[in-house]
Write a protein that binds this ligand. Sequence first.
Ligand code: COA
Length: 175
Amino acid sequence: MNSKSLSDNSSSSAIFPGSFDPMTNGHFDIIERSLTLFDTLTIAILENSQKVPLFSVAERIALIEAECRRFNEKRVRVQVRSFSGLLVDFAKHEQCHIVVRGLRAISDYDYEAQMALMNKSLYRDLETVFLIAREENSYISSSIVKQVALLRGDITKFVPPGIKAAILQKLSQGA
Ligand code: COA
């Protein structure tokens, strides 16, 4: 975990956690809309030993930072970090008490509600804010985009050009 925090007493900040392997247009939509609600956003990439990722955590950080440059032109509004362990511990470390999550469909609800309630019981000051995914992103997931790319389908609509290029490069290397 990085010791520098974006949060301070005069600005509102939130954490957007996930695996982001890779980040899709659905995630970028949530980032863009979060920045209309909060001054700053920390994207928190879970170091998840249970999933075999296409991109290493370092690669995901670099890809997301490159795509988020446009938000940081005048001042830093988005920072990208990785974490392991409990999200609530990361939130406490960042001195942040708001987590943003996207809801794509009603099928996301049970899992998200369970996580939000568990997080709340572990850290009572933590609030989870849900943003409903735009309709055009409601059927996207990182895995399904990777699967379409693997089967040589066109993923242009689902990820920014830089991430599309990175996926295609990985797959051409036999990943
Ligand atoms: N647009 C597009 N796709 C979206 C999306 C959106 N708005 N929201 C979610 N998704 C997709 C992701 O692409 C991902 O797809 P994949 O499974 O194909 O990779 C899938 O939905 C899962 O989303 P993700 O955000 O990566 O969630 P996760 O379940 O992997 O991780 C954490 C969620 C990191 C918040 C959670 O696991 C966590 O906090 N872990 C830390 C441990 C902890 O604190 N546990 C106790 C609390 S329960």
